[in-house]
Design a protein around this ligand. Sequence first.
Ligand code: ZN
Length: 400
Amino acid sequence: MTIVTETVFTQARLADGKLVDIRVRDGRIAAIEPAGKLPPNGNGLDVGGALVVPGFVEGHIHLDTSFFGDRWIAHRPCTNGFDVQERVTFQAENMAAAAPMAERARNQLDLCITKGSTSMRSHVMVDGSVGLKSLETILDVRDAYRDLIDIQLVAFPQSGILKSPGTPELLDQAIALGADLVGGLDPASFDRDVTGHLNVVFDVAQKHGVDVDIHLHDAGTLGAFTIEEICARTVALGMQGHVAVSHAYSLGDLATDALGKIADLIAASGVAIMTNAPGASHFPPVARLRAAGVTVFSGSDNIRDSWWPYGDGDMLRRAEIIGYRSAFFTDEELSAAFDVVTAAGARALRLEGYGLEVGARADFVALAAEHVPQAVVAVPQDRRVFKGGRMVADKGRVLR
Ligand SMILES: [Zn+2]
């Protein structure tokens, strides 16, 4: 016998201001009707006019390297300007003295869930020093959180691919073990071989039929050149819609003409761009890229780790940061910042059944806000989070 579970959420305010009732059946939205129209059943929840929005998409995080909930670890600056390889060395030293990885990952997940993220993409380090150990740990944690949040894992070559012996094989094994995507890292400045690096990444992707998400910090024309190479591969392999470039700082360095050209190329290649609008760095021009048709999504990236001490796991605050740094002022612009952490994120992660519509998965957040633009600037903390129609967080606590 199939057990049907049904809940009616009454007095929900949608982004357009309409008050509605939402009927959820077996984890999906079965009906949305003007408030008061749906016949009440025994299993109802009055959300009291709260703004109800789709669950936030945390599109880039590192569950294995955060120290959130652990003791405070003071940031150590690079000795001669930002240097990815030196930061990786600092990270290894900090990780050796940190609380167990599973405990730190759970702390970070609880934080993200209470803030309203219902889907996530996490990069997990795979290299010669940690092998597949971090991935094994995070796969177990993902299992334990299956009813609370959907998690995609990227096999992330934090120490490069060609420079880190055995990494090509480890990336292949990581996918076989359960990672969902293959990652990359600064093919030019780290491995000093864009073609060789991308050969490995895209070979693994093709072999296993998985998506790609590459960290690219390289600035200026070097970063832009790498993006062009990634776009060319994507198109040549018919992987449009299956490839993302994370950070892509270089897009913030280009003159107007060069930017226009590469924005069109990225859009035509169906490559998504992830930015967390980090302070003091040039970052991708969100409005310009969106206008060209590029999917721009976001994530917290590092939270209290060896890379920086910031981060609160709150994708609504991330929308505010993106809007603030992009000088978004109008309601339309603020709504665009919100789209980056919701619908655009869902497109980049290819989430099935995302959104507040009949047939979609009942993953949503009830916020104390008037409407979306006001939510983006006010970042209200009074939130209830629902996954498959079940309340999974309230008042900053995860409900298990
Ligand atoms: Zn990252």
